[in-house]
Write a protein that binds this ligand. Structure first.
Ligand SMILES: NC(=O)c1ccc[n+]([C@@H]2O[C@H](COP(=O)([O-])OP(=O)(O)OC[C@H]3O[C@@H](n4cnc5c(N)ncnc54)[C@H](OP(=O)(O)O)[C@@H]3O)[C@@H](O)[C@H]2O)c1
Length: 334
């Protein structure tokens, strides 16, 4: 497995990370046994980075990863790195009540995550969204104290803009920014990515398949469960969906000419944007995982990249990447 380093101060991780969110939440039901088998298969293939959030079905995702780690061969378990997001406040019915980045809350969240994951430290710890009521310096300072105490190894950030990156990096070393980045979500290229590079902060890119939209497998008439995020996402609605799937068909042509699948081409495109970027793939079955890992064998030439960009030009996606209420929480969109 190819490895990459997260920023100048972060850990070495597999060039593709496994995002485990969809195994518990947001994309409808998942099969628990298959989810664990997928994590095991990823570890077996050399994937070392497992990404989660404590609020993905309220601890369910961390417990799932904990079980997968406990039942994995020791050699794989020892190499696995956990990347955990915290801070989202949710109710028993799944309601969202904002974010809490107060230092005491940070330490409280971490204590529960360590228990659920069954680990003695978290490798990268980050607040999922900036808490607008708490200066980022205080939140980062609290994680830095967890690093000092040995409970956390590295500090990350999620969906923040360039100014916040600078403020955070002035407090303590930041390993990576987790942020949406794909052929159809290129907002970070103008300001955020150059700033991360200037500061020596790596990127863990999520939504590289735009939540399945540009995977080549998303059917126009797919029925989504009531609790599926995509049922509310502007990109999956009506005419937007139609226009976005037309882009996928253009991408399919380019992919097929190169003997790759659409998903592999979309992941390979992100991999090709820099060695400081690690795509997190949201595979939740072994079949999807195998397809995703195939992206590591897809080498894109300058000509290939130009053909891909001609098929899916920057800014061509129809619809925002989040519903309006959630866009408002994104420091990265200010
Ligand atoms: N920091 C943040 O704000 C944030 C936000 C969202 C996610 N994340 C993290 O990033 C991770 C990845 O995000 P994501 O799950 O939205 O990413 P994604 O990889 O863009 O989308 C995953 C979806 O794509 C579908 N898919 C189709 N073909 C696939 C293939 N070959 N490989 C993988 N998936 C395929 C899956 O569908 P089926 O399973 O239905 O087939 C799944 O629904 C999450 O698991 C989470 O850890 C972070």
């Amino acid at each position: 497995m190819l490895n990459r380093t997260l920023g100048t101060t972060g850990p070495q991780v597999s060039a593709l990370g496994l995002g485990c969110m969809g195994m518990s939440a947001l994309y409808g039901d998942a099969d628990r046994a298959e989810s664990i088998a997928t994590i095991h298969a990823a570890l077996d293939a050399g994937v070392t980075l497992l990404d989660t959030g404590d609020f993905y079905a309220m601890g369910h995702n961390e417990l799932l990863i904990g079980e997968a780690l406990r039942t994995a061969p020791a050699a794989h378990r020892e190499k696995a790195l956990t990347s955990v997001k915290f801070g989202a406040l949710r109710g028993p019915d799944g309601d969202w009540y904002g974010y809490d980045g107060r230092p005491a809350a940070v330490k409280n969240f971490a204590a529960y995550s360590l228990q659920r994951l069954g680990v003695d430290h978290i490798d990268v710890y980050r607040i999922a969204r900036l808490d607008p009521d708490v200066p980022v310096e205080e939140t980062i300072g609290a994680i830095a104290e967890l690093v000092q105490a040995g409970h956390v190894r590295h500090i990350g950030l999620s969906e923040v803009g360039a100014d916040t990156l600078r403020r955070a990096a002035a407090v303590a070393p930041v390993s990576d920014l987790q942020i949406e980045y794909s052929l159809v979500s290129r907002g970070i290229e103008a300001d955020i990515l150059p700033t991360a590079r200037e500061l020596g902060i790596g990127v863990t890119a999520y939504g590289v398949l735009s939540r399945g939209l540009i995977s080549g497998h998303f059917a126009r008439d797919r029925q989504l469960a009531a609790n599926d995020f995509r049922g509310m996402s502007p990109r999956f609605q009506g005419e937007n969906l139609q226009r976005n799937l037309d882009l996928v068909e253009a991408l399919r042509k380019v992919a097929e000419e190169r003997g790759a699948t659409v998903a592999q081409t979309a992941i390979a495109w992100v991999l090709a944007q820099g060695d400081d970027i690690v795509p997190l793939v949201g595979a939740r079955t072994r079949e999807r995982l195998t397809e995703s890992l195939g992206a590591l064998d897809v080498t894109l030439t300058a000509e290939d990249l130009a053909a891909i960009e001609a098929a899916v030009p920057a800014g061509a996606a129809a619809g925002d990447r989040y519903p309006a209420g959630q866009m408002a929480h994104l420091d990265s969109e200010r």
